[in-house]
Design a protein around this ligand. Structure first.
Ligand SMILES: C[S@@+](CC[C@H](N)C(=O)[O-])C[C@H]1O[C@@H](n2cnc3c(N)ncnc32)[C@H](O)[C@@H]1O
Length: 232
């Protein structure tokens, strides 16, 4: 790590239960289970975000080999903002993976009166293995900065086995414009440059088939991009 608190290009942490993960879990433990909590006080951008996601998903159904519309996964689901605001409108079954028990309980409570069908997995993505060949879309948003590079590659590899034959993994993440990995010690996460994300995707034997920048976000925020990914 350099003096500016930046990690060098590679995000390498040895142990799975290292301080990197423990500190992140501690940070999220004291965040209120609200949309504002999920978005660091920026609940005002939630609608724009969800609409941008819907547009991107629609564009994936224009592809020649498009995914099915049965079952999705929400990775790093928090209180289920993405599940409820977007994925459930497109998929009859949506499973949620979230490391924080309080958030997942809140999601379960909020989804109970709806017609939600799906499972709740209280586990970190670095340890999560999806059931084989079940997902049309695995949507992973604003969480990958909490995984080390090595764990991210392993997670991508496990995602490949969770996808149906035409299924897609979709990432929606902040990207740095500096070309560097930037560390946030408050929530124990990193923000990666686009080039590193692409490199890690390739290392996992996947490739980006469609990519789009989220529009209409405040200019002071990191650039946010969506990547639709499939096994090579
Ligand atoms: C910025 S919030 C985003 C939540 C949700 N994706 C959304 O867009 O509303 C990040 C979420 O990732 C979760 N998280 C952090 N580290 C994680 C990990 N290693 N595995 C799974 N979830 C994690 C946090 O508990 C939190 O719910």
């Amino acid at each position: 790590m350099d003096n500016n608190g930046q990690l060098s290009q590679d995000v390498k942490v040895d142990s799975k239960e290292s301080a990197f993960y423990v500190d992140a879990a501690k940070y999220w433990e004291q965040v209120p289970p609200t949309v504002d909590g999920m978005l660091g006080g920026l609940s005002s951008i939630s609608d724009i975000d969800l609409k941008g996601s819907q547009r991107f998903l629609n564009s994936l159904y224009q592809l020649v080999e498009c995914p099915g519309k049965e079952r999705a996964l929400d990775g790093g689901a928090g209180i289920g903002r993405v599940t409820q605001g977007f994925l459930m409108k497109n998929f009859p079954v949506v499973d949620l993976v979230e490391q924080d028990k309080q958030f997942l309980d809140e999601a379960e409570k909020a989804l109970e009166p709806t017609n939600h069908k799906g499972q709740f997995f209280n586990i970190g993505l670095q340890k999560f293995t999806p059931e084989a060949c079940v997902y049309d879309i695995m949507w992973v948003q604003w969480v990958l900065g909490h995984l080390t590079d090595d764990d991210l590659i392993s997670f991508f590899i496990r995602c490949k086995s969770g996808l149906k034959p035409k299924g897609l993994l979709v990432l929606k993440e902040n990207l740095t414009s500096s070309g560097e990995v930037e560390m946030d010690s408050t929530d124990s996460s990193v923000t990666r440059p686009r080039a590193l994300i692409i490199e890690l995707i390739k290392k996992a034997g996947l490739r980006v088939i469609k990519e789009q920048k989220q529009q209409r976000f405040p200019h002071e925020l990191y650039e946010v991009r969506m990547f639709a990914i499939q096994p090579v």
